[in-house]
Write a protein that binds this ligand. Structure first.
Ligand code: ATP
Length: 199
């Protein structure tokens, strides 16, 4: 699986529709300070399901929408589409070309799409969870993160390795199942209390 193309429209400093092709091998993005290099990686993380406005250097999620400049009015919508070459079938049960789109309007309405079909945010997160491309994955190392990884607690470092090894998904499913079991046990306890009271 390879990221082939990125379309950014109205996201942060990208007021105009901007198309970026990624060819095989290594792609470097260069430009002066403040020209929008980090905004490109943030557009990718956002599309993959980032839910924290702070980690996108904003206060609220609406801050990702182009806020206007002295010469240009703000926009009402941010939209980013990532196109993947999936001809190796890396993403299971998906076509040879996979597109993922996230859209946000200033009134808070948002859309998530896989292959132009509306889906839930959870579907996008699930699609990439085991791919090494999840929004929290080791694939994104932003400025300052290298030191943070080295200085992090062993448990946090372990979580990074678990995501890389594809264990995280099962761990989350296990936690969910355990929470459901506990809820069921609480209900059973409540029922036996009532039964005991009735006797
Ligand atoms: P550096 O090399 O200093 O790290 P960079 O090339 O990574 O810089 P970014 O941090 O990606 O640059 O871009 C910062 C620019 O994006 C700033 O000029 C900022 O005003 C602009 N910007 C951020 N959010 C918005 C927004 N919502 N609307 C318009 N412009 C925005």
């Amino acid at each position: 699986m390879q990221l082939r193309h990125l379309t950014i429209n109205g996201f942060k400093s990208f007021a105009d529709k901007t198309e970026i092709d990624f060819v095989s091998g290594l792609t470097g993005i260069v430009g002066p300070n403040g020209s929008g290099k980090s905004n490109i990686t943030e557009a990718i993380r956002w599309t993959l399901g980032e839910q924290s406005a702070k980690s996108l250097r904003g206060e609220k999620m609406g801050d990702v929408i182009f806020a206007g400049t002295a010469t240009r009015p703000p926009l009402n919508r941010a939209e980013v589409t990532m196109t993947f070459d999936n001809s190796d079938g890396y993403l299971p049960n998906q076509p040879a070309e996979v597109t993922v789109t996230r859209r946000l309007f200033r009134d808070g309405e948002s859309d998530f799409l896989i292959n132009k079909q509306n889906v839930r945010l959870k579907d996008i997160i699930d699609l990439f969870m085991d791919s090494g491309l999840g929004k929290e994955s080791f694939s994104f190392i932003s400025q300052g993160r290298v030191e943070a990884v080295f200085n992090s607690k062993p448990e946090d470092r372990r979580a990074i390795l678990e995501e890389a090894a594809g264990v995280l998904k099962y761990k989350q499913q296990k936690n969910k199942a355990q929470a459901e079991l506990k809820e069921t046990q609480d209900n059973l306890d409540r029922v036996s209390d009532i039964v005991a009271e009735l006797h």
